[in-house]
Design a protein around this ligand. Structure first.
Ligand code: HAM
Length: 428
């Protein structure tokens, strides 16, 4: 073995990394709970048949695929949405809708490695299935914003940009650009920022758009206000009315300061049909923090009944970079309620009994695994982030009492094993 690093693009989580990840997962989970989402899970391995698509999305070329020992074509999931759709379709007759589901899952994409993009990441997903109203969009966006606020970020640090494929489709139609070009144009236009506008224009040309149409497309994407969009698409546009409604729902739901209208947000996945959105750092240094939208045709395209869906995916990589940039990484110091040590083998029995009492009271205890000198024990208790330390020696065994030392400057107290257990069981 020449290297002990994980495969390129994959991460190890040492305990301190794990604690940081856990703080993020807790914020996601608690936010999902507060917003009434139920948690689900699905396998990391899916059939290639489910994940394979014909739309020409970037994600299709990034799938880690393999053949198993029975010649099944399988793959590591690049996202959770196809698995969610499969699970819904499998019980579409039995589930009651609308449903609100949430998951945290590891996803794999063979991506070009750039800042914020790895070959494995954890993604928090929120999806609402079976609801046409824009309140569904408002709920998922509001929840993602709430999670970022819970992590300490404000509207000065990130914004959610909202666009609409449906508005864009209307604008294309009004500009005389054939509907058959729409999906390919969306996928090409989503590459803006990653490749130059000239290269995007070349992709549009390859798709068969005339120079005049390409210029018009770029003009449309420069639209930055709802009024400009209304002027271009007509004030009676149903798609535009939905965006307006989303902005008006954001007020009472408390996330209006976090929303920006931006028709250039298109998304790189083929299945979106309506409102689409992506969150970015306001400094403009990082890739998208989360992204999602409405996908009303995915279930029927996969063989289920047509049903409106809205959802988002929120990765762990970019948000951690943003928190680091803002000096707001979650505190990840190790913490344990008690450290218990002993001087010699005859003292061990009482130490073990004290540890049992601590754990029975639902508190954590790091019990020494061997006899050690007091200096070494207290140094180790400190490193373990212990809130209290108990050290048992021959004197304690003889008196049947021991001292409980808070590791800050509070005063120690002395107890017998029984009175210690009683005090632990009482109010903290
Ligand atoms: P996505 O935009 O492909 O959407 O990914 C969502 C989020 O996952 C991104 O905004 C980013 O935070 C994170 N992410 C994606 N790829 C990587 C990567 N290679 N490295 C690190 N982070 C990454 C979806 O996956 C949709 N399935 C979301 C969705 C759910 N739409 C509806 N429901």
């Amino acid at each position: 073995m020449t290297t002990f690093a994980p495969p390129r693009g994959m991460r190890d989580f040492y305990p301190e990394d794990f604690r940081a990840r856990d703080a993020l997962f807790s914020a996601w989970r608690e936010t999902a709970r507060l917003h009434g989402f139920e948690e689900y899970d699905a396998p990391v391995v899916e059939t290639m048949e489910l994940l394979e698509r014909k739309a020409g999305e970037e994600i299709s070329d990034q799938i880690y695929t393999f053949v198993d020992k029975s010649d099944r074509r399988l793959a590591l999931r690049p996202e959770l949405t196809p698995s969610l759709a499969r699970m819904i379709i499998a019980r579409q007759g039995a589930l009651s809708f609308p449903l609100k589901w949430s998951a945290i899952g590891q996803c794999f994409r063979y991506e070009r490695m750039t800042r914020g993009r790895k070959r494995e990441h954890y993604q928090w997903n929120l999806d609402i299935v079976g609801e046409e109203s824009v309140l569904a969009e408002a709920e998922v966006i509001g929840a993602a914003v709430a999670a970022l606020r819970r992590l300490g970020l404000s509207a000065n640090e990130f914004q959610v940009r909202v666009g609409s494929r449906a508005v864009l489709a209307e604008l294309f139609a009004r500009s005389g650009i054939g509907q058959e070009h729409f999906m390919a144009c969306c996928l090409a236009l989503d590459k803006r920022g990653k490749i130059s506008d000239d290269e995007v224009a070349r992709l549009l040309e390859e798709e068969g758009l005339a120079t005049r149409d390409i210029e018009r497309v770029f003009e449309l994407l420069a639209i930055t206000t709802l009024d400009q969009a209304a002027a271009a698409v007509g004030a009676d546009s149903a798609a535009l009315a939905q965006i307006r409604e989303l902005f008006s729902l954001a007020g009472p739901l408390g996330f209006a300061p976090f929303l920006t209208f931006d028709l250039a947000v298109i998304r790189g996945l083929g299945y979106y049909t309506g409102i689409v959105f992506e969150a970015f750092d306001t400094a403009g240094k990082l890739r998208a923090i989360f992204g999602g939208g409405r996908y009303d045709s995915l279930l029927s395209n996969l063989g289920g009944q047509k049903m409106p869906c809205v959802g988002l995916g929120f990765g762990d990589v970019v948000v951690m970079e943003l928190l680091a940039d803002c000096g707001k990484l979650p505190a990840t110091a190790r913490r344990v309620d008690f450290a218990i040590g002993f001087m010699d083998d005859p003292s061990r029995d009482l130490a073990l009994r004290a540890a049992l009492a601590v754990r029975a009271a639902g508190k954590s205890c790091d019990l020494a695994l061997a006899a050690e000198k007091p200096k070494k024990f207290f140094a180790r208790a400190d490193r373990a982030g212990a809130l209290h330390a108990i050290y048992i020696g021959p004197d304690e065994v003889q008196s049947g009492t021991f001292s409980i030392k808070p590791m800050d400057d509070r005063r120690p107290w002395t107890a017998s094993l029984d009175s210690f257990a009683e005090r632990l069981a009482g109010p903290a």
